[in-house]
Write a protein of this length. Structure first.
Length: 367
């Protein structure tokens, strides 16, 4: 009987790309990859991938899931501040703590070997951004603001996981996530509850139109930029490693300056005969980010990031053209069409013509 790996949060943007990667990474004769999300959808099942609609806060929903030979769960599902249009902290407690507890109980009852859990980088947000962030950095975050309850809930879940690790022998692997770069047809988020186009899409749109792009603050300010497939690589390797536990930073360990990022966007997305001019604005305030220390992930998991800045944005361009998961996100694609209507329309037509050929064959999922 095949070992089962369940991905909770597979309908989300990062989760769907993780599923795509996992279907290629794991030996199909030894492992079965199962998708789970809250929404009702036939997107996966009609492509030969088992899918279970599970509300993590509803204990009875877990009765839908398999109970035999479940090897690992990857828990990505949670309410996150950037996708909430108003402040509702109870949703963090419900989805992260109560939902997480139900996942842990499912693991205990069904003798799951290990849990892989994604932790937020906001748990260390008060550290200075000009240092390399250690995976062993202790929590250092603000107890005020719209992210406070979210971080508290995520940290509480870590304590619950530790309990199940010590009490029941559940192996645990925790991953601290900075921004994970993966193309989505929905280009908005909600900082402090305000609907805002994500900066990366603002810059891509300007580059496509040959409009000026501003560099705010110090042009040499650098941070880690992590492609979703590098994130996926680390989780998949941790699923197989012969260890009892691990805590890792998701990253590349390669600093990317804001100048390099914008020059790469211009080079990849602007017309070659009319590239966007770059305007330097050192008087403006630029947002922060970390450079992640990934030494222990390399040593313990054999992790080796594959995507530099250019490869990352070239993949963005490719995903914009094929609109790989547009059908899964059809409810947000109408919003995305207001930004790049030709790309959204091309993506939907592509789906209708090809019936998502790559997902119908799990052996051809990783481009």
């Amino acid at each position: 009987m095949k070992k089962k790996i369940i991905i909770f949060g597979a309908t989300g943007n990062v989760g769907s790309y993780l599923l795509k990667y996992a279907l290629e990474y794991f030996d199909k004769d030894e492992f079965e990859i199962i998708a789970s999300g809250r929404r009702e959808t036939d997107f996966f099942t009609k492509r030969g991938i088992k899918y279970y609609s599970v509300d993590l806060t509803n204990e009875k929903d877990f009765e839908k899931l398999p109970t035999e030979n479940v090897y690992a769960v990857m828990l990505l599902a949670a309410q996150i501040p950037s996708y909430m249009d108003k402040y509702e902290p109870k949703k963090y407690v419900d989805s992260i703590i109560n939902g997480g507890y139900n996942v842990l109980e499912y693991c205990r009852k069904n003798n799951v070997d290990r849990i892989l859990y994604t932790q937020t980088v906001f748990d260390v947000s008060l550290y200075p951004h000009n240092v390399v962030l250690s995976p062993y950095a202790k929590p250092n975050f603000s107890y005020t603001g719209d992210h406070a309850v979210y971080v508290i809930a995520k940290n509480t879940m870590l304590q619950l996981i530790e309990h199940y690790h010590q009490e029941y022998g559940l192996k645990k692997f925790i991953f601290r996530l900075p921004t994970i770069y993966s193309y989505s047809p929905y280009h908005y988020y909600f900082p402090k509850g305000v609907k805002t186009k994500r900066p990366v899409y603002q810059m891509i749109e300007k580059a496509m139109k040959s409009e000026p792009i501003e560099i705010w603050g110090d042009k040499n300010y650098a941070k880690d930029m992590v492609h979703v497939y590098d994130f996926s690589q680390m989780l998949c390797k941790a699923a197989l490693v012969d260890r009892e536990e691990g805590f890792y930073n998701i990253g590349t360990g390669i600093p990317v300056t804001i100048e390099e990022q914008i020059k790469t966007i211009v080079d990849v997305f602007s017309p070659k005969d009319n590239p966007s001019p770059i305007v330097y604005r050192p008087d403006k305030v630029c947002g922060g980010g970390f450079l992640m220390d990934i030494t222990n992930a390399k040593e313990e998991l054999g992790y080796e990031p594959k995507y530099d800045c250019r490869a990352l944005f070239e993949d963005y361009k490719h995903e914009m053209e094929v609109q790989r998961f547009a059908e899964l996100r059809m409810n947000t694609c109408s919003e995305a069409s207001k930004i790049t209507p030709p790309l959204c329309k091309i993506g939907i037509n592509f789906l209708l013509r090809n019936e998502f050929a790559e997902l119908s064959n799990p052996q051809k999922l990783v481009a």
